[in-house]
Design a protein around this ligand. Structure first.
Ligand code: ATP
Ligand code: MG
Length: 234
């Protein structure tokens, strides 16, 4: 579904992604872990065309990534990125109306269903300022789902949340996993990554240092940097 080959991304003369290749198959769940500054967010931002790559190729379903097919990828950010002046349902309707030119009535119905799917049918008319962090993140997931993406990229979806709110967001992601949604998840939640992923990727200094099944990475990592990182995280 996604085929990224030898991606290089530089900010001025600083190489943030140094030849990263990643293949994501339909229905696959991939977790990306690694130290701060290793390039995890930048990788997702390149996959979603928020950032332009300097070298390499990204293909979606065999076609080169462009502004025409990048809406096949949904994105959920650490800090929710909701529009504060719009209610929950208006946030979810916005992209179908603006990007897909969907009628408002149809978009509202769709958004209502998406909010129900994340357990927020009763918060449709609340504004982001009236919602908890966990609720805001669930609205953000509903907003991504409303575009019917083929794959959702999550960038640390729970790291801005109070600990007691993490579970409700992870619960929604687990539900999507049970529905076979294709997902790439950058996370610091090691137990979650281990439970949910088909494959775990460890990044450091702009490179993929090691990848494997959760069992391989968490029980028997080969690379000393992965061993040291996991020792600190667990
Ligand atoms: P974290 O775990 O802290 O979120 P990360 O692995 O997501 O880290 P990135 O945000 O991808 O790391 O950043 C990788 C490197 O690129 C960092 O050194 C960062 O300072 C740098 N960087 C990111 N965005 C920019 C930018 N727009 N301009 C310049 N440097 C940037
Ligand atoms: Mg990041």
């Amino acid at each position: 579904m996604i085929d990224a080959i030898d991606i290089v991304k530089k900010f001025d003369d600083f190489t943030v992604l140094d030849g990263v290749s990643l293949n994501v198959k339909k229905g696959e769940i991939i977790s990306v872990i690694g130290p701060s500054g290793s390039g995890k967010s930048t990788l997702l931002r390149c996959l979603n065309k928020i950032e332009e790559i300097d070298e390499g190729v990204i293909r979606i379903d065999g076609e080169q990534l462009s502004r025409h097919n990048c809406s096949k990828l949904g994105m959920v950010f650490q800090n929710f990125n909701l529009f504060p002046h719009m209610s929950a349902i208006e946030n979810v309707m916005e992209a179908p109306v603006i990007v897909k030119k969907m009628g408002k009535k149809e978009a509202r119905e769709l958004a209502g269903r998406m909010l129900s799917d994340v357990g927020l049918q009763d918060k449709a008319d609340s504004y982001p300022g009236q919602l908890s962090g966990g609720q805001k993140q669930r609205v953000a997931i509903a907003r991504a789902l409303a575009m019917k993406p083929e794959i959702i990229l999550f960038d640390e979806p729970t790291s801005a949340l109070d600990p007691e709110l993490v579970g409700e967001v992870l619960g929604v992601i687990k539900k999507l996993a049970a529905e076979h949604m294709t997902m790439v998840i950058v996370t610091h939640e090691m137990a979650f990554a281990r439970e949910i992923s088909d494959r775990v990727i460890f990044m450091d200094k702009g490179k993929i240092v090691e990848e494997g099944t959760p069992k391989e990475i968490f029980e028997d990592p080969e690379h000393p940097r992965v061993q040291a990182f996991l020792k600190r995280m667990m």
